[in-house]
Design a protein around this ligand. Structure first.
Ligand SMILES: Nc1ncnc2c1ncn2[C@@H]1O[C@H](COP(=O)(O)OP(=O)(O)OP(=O)(O)O)[C@@H](O)[C@H]1O
Ligand SMILES: [Mg+2]
Length: 236
């Protein structure tokens, strides 16, 4: 058993009508680990994040946070227990000042310190600006900052680097590494850019058509015959 995992999914299955989007997927995240979640379009990555965060009902399996079974809990309860995720821009209010948005997020979580989160992500100097006037890269960081209010133990990120320049992606990757190291946050990162995901991750999980195809260190996954086959060499 695994009370020392920050997050664990056991045999998780999710169905959309007749489509089995996740088929008995197991995964674990250690404290401070960054795990990349990769796979072709439609492999079930977003579904997996939705199921872990409590946004999507599961057909079978269980989810455990620091050893506690949280399968029956909803999104808000999971968030208060330290399982957080970012939403692509939807959590940002365009016309609202960044500092005010952070305070609003913090007002929903006991003992949250929004200033500390803004400092950690380098957003403190932007506190007085409104969200639709900052760069897209800064908006992506604001999205993650909102998810980090209350210092969750686990952060689920679904393509947080989509639309960023290489430079902005590298900057965000450095922030994620620092968060894992300084705050012990465990990160599950869905990312299509193989260079980024193999570069930043401690471990990698590969999904294909809803099933676990491979998992291990970046080197192990890169060398995995099934992964090489699925990606026709492009990931390797
Ligand atoms: N709301 C939904 N209703 C019905 N089917 C869905 C729904 N969302 C996803 N699916 C299907 O479930 C499967 C997994 O989709 P999912 O979005 O989880 O994949 P993904 O790995 O995130 O893909 P991508 O890389 O394109 O984001 C796909 O076959 C998809 O068509
Ligand atoms: Mg997706």
């Amino acid at each position: 058993m695994s009370a020392n995992y920050a997050l664990e999914a056991r045999d998780l299955s999710v169905r959309y009508g007749g489509v089995t989007a996740n088929d008995g997927v197991s995964m674990h995240l250690a404290q401070g680990e960054i795990r990349g979640l990769i796979g072709p379009n439609g492999a079930g990555k977003s579904t997996f994040i939705d199921a872990l965060s409590g946004r999507r009902a599961i057909a079978a399996g269980s989810v455990h946070l620091a050893g506690s079974d949280i399968t029956a809990l909803g999104v808000v309860e999971r968030r208060l227990l330290g399982l957080s995720r970012s939403f692509q821009r939807t959590s940002i209010f365009p016309g609202m000042r960044i500092g005010v948005q952070m305070e609003l997020a913090a007002s929903k979580i006991p003992d949250a310190d929004p200033d500390e989160v803004m400092r950690e992500l380098g957003l403190d100097r932007l506190a007085g600006r409104v969200a639709d006037e900052i760069s897209y890269g800064d908006q992506r960081r604001l999205d993650i900052a909102l998810a980090l209010v209350g210092r969750p133990s686990v952060l689920l990120l679904d393509e947080p680097m989509a639309g960023l320049s290489v430079e902005e992606s590298m900057k965000l990757a450095r922030h994620l590494r620092n968060l894992a190291r300084n705050w012990g946050v465990s990160v599950l990162l869905v990312e299509h850019d193989m260079e980024v995901v193999f570069g930043i991750s401690d471990s990698i999980t590969v999904l294909e058509t809803g099933k676990l195809l491979a998992e291990g260190t970046p080197d192990e996954v890169r060398a995995h015959p099934k992964v090489r086959e699925a990606y026709l060499g492009s990931a390797a």
